[in-house]
Every structure is written in C-alpha cells, then in structure tokens.
Design a protein around this ligand. Structure first.
Ligand code: SAM
Ligand code: MD0
Ligand code: SF4
Length: 389
C-alpha cells in the first residue's frame, strides 16, 4: 500500500508510541524523551499524550476527582513579583484583610458544598513580619488562629500558602493544624527566578519547602508558564520536583496583569500549560495535579481534566468579596467557580467527585511514603546538569 507518510513522520510516530508506552508501563523517561513530549506540536500527537495521561490518572485514581476551596484571605503583600497583580507597587487591586469570622463562614459554605480541602492563601502581608520583629509575639498569630478555627469548624484538611516563612513559623502552622504547604518556585532557573521574583532568594524559597516537608507537611510545587522559560528550564523544573518529592505539582499559564511590568507580555499558547500538565502526569502518575479555575475559568476545565489533572482548584464562594489570584474576578460572582458549576463538566469527562474519606486516605498513605523516602535523601538538590554528568 502506498502511503504519503515521510520517513521523518514515521520515525516521529514510532518514537511517540514507544515513549508513551514506556510511560504507561511506569518506566522512567529520560530528559530527552520528556523534552520530546514537551515539544509536540501536532494535534494527533498531543491528543495521544493526553490519552496516556488520562489512562495513568485512571490507573492510580480511578475516575475520582478532588476539589479544593480557595480563600485569598488577604491581598496585601510586601513583595514585588513582576507577574503578580498584587505586587506591592501595583495601585490597581482592591486590598483587603478578611477577618476570622468571614473566613470561617466562607469555609463552612465551601465545606457544605462538598470540597475536600480548604486552601488559605495570602500575600506576604507586612503586618505578619512587623509582629515578629517588633513584638516578639507568637509569629503569624492571626494566621495560626485562622487555621485552627477553619479546621475546627469544617474538620477538613487545610493547605496554607503564606510564601516564605521561617522554621519557627512552620512549627506554629503545623501546631495549628495545617496539613499542606504550597509554595511555587515558578521556575527552577535561578536567573529567571531573579527576574520574576524581584529581590527574593531562590534558595530560601526552595529550602522552606524542604523544611516544611521534613516537619511533616505535604508540599505543593509549581511553575509559571510563558514567562521566558525554554524547554530546558521546564525539564529542570520537572527534575527538581522529582528530587523534592513534591506531593502535588502544577503548571499554570501566566495571565498578564494590569498595572504590572509584565502587563504587555504575549500570552502563552493555551496548550503549553496543558502539555506540561500531561507530561507531569506521566512523570508523577501517583501525585495530585491541579486543574486550576484561576487561569481560564470554568471554560478551561475540561481540557485540563483531559490532560490528566485530578484536582479542581480555585473554587471560590461567590458574592463575599473574595478574589482569585491570576483571575481576580473571572467566574466568581457568577457562581461558576463552584461545585455546582463543575459537576456537569466532570460528567462530560466521565469523571466523578471523590468522597472525603478517599482524599484523607490518599493523604495518610502519601505521608507514610514520603516520611520513608526522605529519610534516605540528600538535603541539597543538585541541578540536572550535575546529575547527568
Ligand atoms: N503570596 C504567596 C506566594 O507568592 O507564594 C501565595 C500566593 S501567590 C499569589 C500564588 C501563586 O499564584 C504564585 O506563586 C504564582 O504561581 C501564581 N500567580 C500569581 N500571579 C499569576 C499570574 N498573573 N498568572 C498566573 N499565575 C499567577
Ligand atoms: C489556584 N488561585 O489554585 C489558586 C492559587 C495557591 N495555593 C493556589 C494559585 O489556582
Ligand atoms: Fe506577593 Fe505572592 Fe504576589 Fe509575589 S506572588 S507579589 S509574594 S502575593
């Protein structure tokens, strides 16, 4: 039979099939193979990548999806990250500090709607640090009280995203009942980091995650996509995430923000985040990988689930003056960032909401695995170049 397929296309297809097969049977991929997948451009190949990612999710998690409620408790920040709407120098955002009662009642609303975890996220509010330095009061007291109150009211797992904090603060967060520490490096290229997170210390940020993990918190690591990285940088990030043994890993496409130095940056192609998400599922088949509503809202959910994500994040209760991060308003007050909004999309994907005990059981098992693994780990993470030598 005659075929129009050139030898080059034929080789590509063979390479794709064998790489995806390897991943499906849980054989580790080389950086070359991972880079090849990240650079796929034609639709049929990307579709095959997504199918393998979804099959791996099914292998490890069945058809069950987890839900995270998101509460941006305060939008004041001492930092000046170039990509962030809430950077100190931006006069545009509405700044607020929600009080304990408001957050507890929003948490209860989320809990009643059926979410599995409450993510308490905040800017690095200058008030937290003034307390620490000037009064030597128990640091981050307002946050620890908030964690304890939310836990008591909802009995749900709590994730906390306070930015870089000291070991002493981590201890207080744990004592208050935090289960997860989320802190995204954005990139694992220290030069690019410097340009994104102005005047912040690359190593201190990474070290806080290692400290949190050693103290028994589950950790989330993430990258920002479309901020000047290349495929090598993404490979480096995947390598560090592997070494770090992060329990939840994510990629989010950059959303340019009004009033920031990066407001005119060209938008990344929507497929970029999705390809990285799918590749993460291949490399980290047993981990949690978010489909965030904070980038494209509800309309972007199906594709993220198709790419192998298994947690819907950034579910925000409507009409309470609570903001998103990358999308401060999108789909919030129209009640589309809710479980009721999500369920029809899940149905289209043949997926279902997990039960809470299933989520708690995953966390318990993962804690056991990680405690065992990190006992035998070196405390410094070497760049991929050194590992490959
Ligand atoms: N202030 C804490 C910190 O920086 O770790 C926690 C909140 S921070 C706003 C959470 C994450 O949102 C950032 O690490 C970044 O990955 C993501 N993010 C912020 N601005 C974004 C944007 N414009 N587009 C996409 N993601 C963004
Ligand atoms: C999200 N807006 O899940 C949230 C945020 C912080 N832990 C998470 C980036 O998309
Ligand atoms: Fe502050 Fe976090 Fe935004 Fe950076 S990303 S400016 S630390 S809120």
């Amino acid at each position: 039979m005659r075929t129009l397929e050139t030898p080059h296309i034929h080789n590509m297809k063979t390479k794709l099939t064998s790489t995806l097969e390897k991943a499906y049977y849980l054989e580790p991929l080389t950086p070359g193979e991972t880079g090849f997948l990240l650079q796929l451009e034609d639709e049929p190949s990307i579709r095959s990548l997504f199918q393998t990612a979804s099959s791996l999710r099914e292998k490890f998690f069945g058809n069950k999806i987890f839900f995270y409620g998101f509460l941006y408790t305060g939008t004041y920040c001492r930092n000046n990250c170039n990509f962030c709407f809430y950077r100190r120098s931006n006069p545009t955002p509405h700044r607020y500090r929600k009080d304990l009662n408001e957050i507890v009642s929003a948490s209860l609303e989320l809990a009643r709607s059926g979410i599995h975890l409450i993510d308490l996220t905040m800017g690095e509010d200058p008030l937290f640090y003034t307390e620490e330095e000037e009064n030597e009061k128990p640091t981050f007291e307002s946050i620890t009280k908030l964690i304890a109150a939310v836990k008591e009211a909802t009995q749900l797992p709590v994730m906390i995203s306070p930015g870089v904090v000291s070991p002493r603060v981590l201890d207080s967060l744990i004592n208050a009942g935090a289960d997860w520490y989320a802190c995204y490096q954005e990139t694992h290229n220290p030069e690019l980091f410097k340009r994104l997170r102005l005047n912040q210390d690359y190593s201190a940020r990474l070290q806080t995650k290692i400290n949190a993990q050693q103290k028994g918190l589950l950790i989330e690591e993430g990258i920002l996509v479309g901020v000047g990285e290349n495929t090598g940088d993404v490979l480096e990030s995947i390598h560090v995430m592997k070494e770090l043994k992060a329990d939840q890993v994510r990629a989010m496409n950059f959303v340019p923000q009004e009033g920031t130095p990066m407001q005119h940056t060209t938008l990344p192609h929507p497929l970029e985040e999705l390809k990285i998400t799918a590749v993460m599922r291949l490399i980290f088949p047993d981990r949690l990988i978010p489909a965030s509503l904070d980038v494209e809202g509800l309309k972007g959910l199906k594709l993220r689930l198709d790419a192998g994500a298994n947690v819907v994040t950034s579910i925000v209760p409507p009409n309470q003056g609570l903001a998103g991060v990358a999308q401060w308003a999108l789909d919030i007050d129209s009640s589309r960032r809710t479980i009721a909004g999500i369920i029809p999309v899940l149905r289209q994907c043949n997926l279902k909401a997990a039960e809470l005990p299933g989520y708690v059981e995953w966390m318990t098992n993962r804690k056991k695995i990680i405690m065992n693994e990190i006992q035998h780990r070196e405390t410094t993470i070497k760049p991929i170049k050194e590992v490959l030598q």
